[in-house]
Write a protein of this length. Sequence first.
Length: 465
Amino acid sequence: MSERPLDRESLGREIESRRSEFVSVLRTLVEHPSVSMQPEHQGDCRKAAEAAVLLVEERGGTARLCETDGLPVVVGRIEGPEGAPVVTIYNHLDVQPAARGEDGWTRDPFVFAEQDGRFYGRGATDDKGPAASALLGAAVAREHGTPVTTQLVWELEEEIGSQHFEAFLEREKEALASDVVVISDTMWIAPGKPAIPYGLRGLAAARLVLETADKDAHSGVTGGVARNPLAELCEVLAGCLDARTGAVKIEGFDRTWSEPAREEVDGFVASGFDVERFRRSQALHTMRATDPREVTSRIWGRPTMEVHGIRGGYQGEGVKTIVPPRAEAKVSFRLVPPQTSEQIVELLRAHVAKLNPDVQVVGEHGIRPYLGPRDGAVMEAAADAFAFGFGAQPAWIREGGSIGAVLLMDQHLRAPITFLGLSLPEHGYHGPDEYFDWGQASGGIAAFARFLERAASWKAKAAAL
């Protein structure tokens, strides 16, 4: 098939004619309850993977299930001519738990529904809708004769920390060799304004444990003499974190990171970020800051420490007058480059030892932060793809969360990475009545087709990338 350059107006009509095809693909994916964290849905995750293989094959590609020690990974390929650049597009097909009547769901989360241009169902926006858009974008590029090979990598364990993804990449890295990797699992800040992240915060988690006795003690008998581990842990936490401002007080922590540059923060604000809309969307009564530059810097470009829970003592109704023998606090840090989880946990351990040497610090899982370029051929292609698909220039932002697969693909595939996420805040990411919409889907199909067209002009393994 000869190459036919993409024209936005005619392509728009072509994509509109494929709306029912998109709906069919998304329905197939949504109606598999691929909840990776629940053992009873392990079989459903495998069925979702098997269905995904068929979806790729039905559009002229090849696909295979790559087994891991956990859930499989789907790898699909829509081949271009020999020697064509290879573009790998990453999505995930596993989802968060959901049930009708729980957590605000007013409909069956695993029964696809279409209403007023919205496509409802758990996973519709995170991340099955974007995956369906990428698949159709690749199919469109193939039908236009675009000389590029599209490789689809669809994970089934993203929502549980990509536990077996690294072993998969290590085993398959030669077969997965790519000229560029596109991540389609991120969110815009506002409708009508595409956003391209170039940075992700990392994560360090830990438990602080203090045991001062073997059993509950009567406060009338021992009060004033018995040590209270709950009270002592509260003191330790206050010595690590200023609860009012969020400032981390751990010795040496301030020397492990730097503020984002002024021009970076300019881009954060240009994303369309609205402080009041953000506050309402997160159901926050008040916030530590309200200036847009300060808020976006805090949630995207600075590290944090959070206290997630304190456990110990009596938790029932009323007041049981005991002194508990043990207490535990669960904390985590969002990290920015060049911080590492190991470094921050060690600083925490040393600081806590000075505050209270009896408190044990137990390090938990960690994810390193990611920071990529904001310029170059790949990022220019991503910006052009969004402008082509949505008629708007994107903003360059960082994201406050972590995507473990990004770090692993960066490490093992050693290809440039960019982001073409399609989700909007109102879609209900991880929330009730989650949905995707046709506007984002159709624009996304066009954007992916355009990105692949741009990539086709690159020489395989070109040094310029």
